[in-house]
Write a protein that binds this ligand. Structure first.
Ligand SMILES: *[C@@H]1O[C@H](CO)[C@@H](O)[C@H](O)[C@H]1NC(C)=O
Ligand SMILES: *[C@@H]1O[C@H](CO)[C@@H](O)[C@H](O)[C@H]1NC(C)=O
Length: 415
């Protein structure tokens, strides 16, 4: 009994400095991989780091981590320590192993393949995911990751429901639940309406997105991946009436689109502009519309995205899947084959907010809009495969069935 107690006391500093919530992200440089993790206690007099290498038993390289301490915005003001380190000089396509931690405690060893932009890109994209209803989606993302089916996973807002709840314990539980995929594949995120609390406190402090979005705070960013330029926009600046940020973001977006020479441009934000709802008018919430057409102080984004020939626009917020014809300014462009659109004259829109949130929406209760091609209420995510410069493929993966089921094959082609 006594020795057990003694052991517990001796072990406690190590337990407190336990590594958790390990996740990868892209920095924008395809020879790097960023790893972020959390400890619940400070690490006095030791330096946190990542060790990595090409074989499980030879983690020969080290990267020092930066640590940020931050308090939850809840009643307890729980303090957490976010550690961020970058693995460098990686060879695209090669497999790496890594561990993170400090001399007090280390994580398990994780494995990843450095994304290879010369190969077709394979991504899983979704919004609105929690442990509560999203476990089947999380399980399938874990199993897909083990089979090396994805190069990146992108979460288009609304995480965990909510990262800040119960002093952030809900966020911790979510981040630990997704670790089995997020520690193996870069997990890219940005904010939805569920992340706005205390000026986006949790999404700012828990993640490490590319540092090219004016404020360096994970809220809007971009990266190039082979033929694709991905851009994440914060639609919450509009809903929260943050004019200064909305204008800064607009100016940044304009430069991003102007300078990009990528073959495919994919833009993502949380709040939908076009979708079917119970109302005949479709998506029509003022807070959502504002970012489309804009008003004084809030520059509308639709003209800009259309002018720069963005190929695909993805959003969430509404908890269904819906694929639409190319649309510009409420006008849609129908062509022969809804499963294979060629040389679209405007961006193709996709809603993919049904990964597994707190509430479910059923398309059967909705009035399909003229611009709508397919509307699904099943839980799941969107699979994106960029084959080459002429062919981009997407599909919806229904995760309510074991092994997943593909429900909406779609080719976007251009020459
Ligand atoms: C750590 O901080 C330094 C200085 O601000 C910065 O240059 C570096 O990129 C940071 N590293 C990571 C992994 O965030
Ligand atoms: C591009 O990918 C599509 C779909 O896989 C394929 O049919 C086509 O032949 C490819 N084009 C080139 C130039 O490889």
């Amino acid at each position: 009994m006594i020795s057990f107690l003694l052991l517990a006391i001796l072990l406690s500093p190590a337990l407190a400095s336990k590594v958790e919530q390990v996740h990868l992200s892209l920095s924008g440089d395809m020879t790097e991989m960023v790893v972020t993790w959390i400890t619940k206690e400070p690490l006095p007099n030791v330096t946190p780091f990542v060790v990595y290498g090409v074989s499980n038993d030879a983690l020969r390289w080290t990267g020092k981590a930066n640590t940020t301490s931050w308090k939850s915005d809840g009643k307890e003001g729980t303090e957490r320590y976010t550690h961020r380190a970058t693995m460098q000089n990686l060879v695209p396509g090669d497999v790496y192993y890594y561990q993170v931690g400090s001399s007090l405690a280390m994580s398990d060893t994780f494995r990843f393949s450095q994304p290879d932009p010369s190969k077709p890109l394979r991504a899983a994209i979704f919004g609105d995911l929690s442990v509560f209803k999203g476990q089947p989606t999380i399980d399938q993302l874990i199993s897909a990751t083990q089979k090396n089916q994805f190069d990146i996973i992108i979460h288009i807002g609304d995480l965990a429901y909510n990262l800040h709840d119960d002093d952030g314990n809900v966020g911790d539980a979510y981040m630990n639940a997704v670790q089995p995929f997020a520690a193996h594949v870069p997990y890219m995120v940005f904010a939805g309406n569920h992340e706005v609390k205390s000026r986006f406190h949790h999404i700012v402090n828990r993640f490490t997105m590319p540092r090219n979005g004016v404020y360096d705070d994970n809220l809007f960013w971009s990266f190039d991946y082979g033929l694709v330029h991905f851009i994440a926009i914060n639609s919450e600046y509009y809903a929260e009436e943050m004019t200064i940020e909305a204008e800064a973001q607009y100016r940044w977006l304009e430069q991003e689109l102007k300078k990009s020479k990528a073959t495919w441009k994919i833009v993502m934000f949380h709040r939908p502009w076009y979708c079917s709802t119970k109302s005949e008018k479709g998506c029509h919430a003022d807070a959502d519309k504002l970012s489309r057409k804009g008003v004084l102080g809030f520059p509308g984004l639709e003209d800009l995205l259309n002018k720069h020939k963005v190929d695909l626009i993805l959003y969430g917020h509404k908890h269904t899947y819906e694929r639409m014809w190319p649309i510009y300014n409420k006008k849609f462009f129908k062509s022969e084959d809804p499963g294979h659109i060629k040389n679209a004259p405007a961006p193709v829109y996709m809603l993919t907010g049904g990964a597994g949130c707190h509430s479910h929406e059923d398309p059967a209760d909705e009035i399909p809009q003229d611009f709508s091609i397919k509307c699904l209420g099943e839980y799941g995510y969107t699979l994106l495969k960029v084959h080459n410069a002429t062919h981009l493929y997407t599909d919806f993966v229904d995760t309510s069935v074991l092994e997943g089921k593909l429900l909406d094959p779609f080719f976007l082609e251009k020459n």
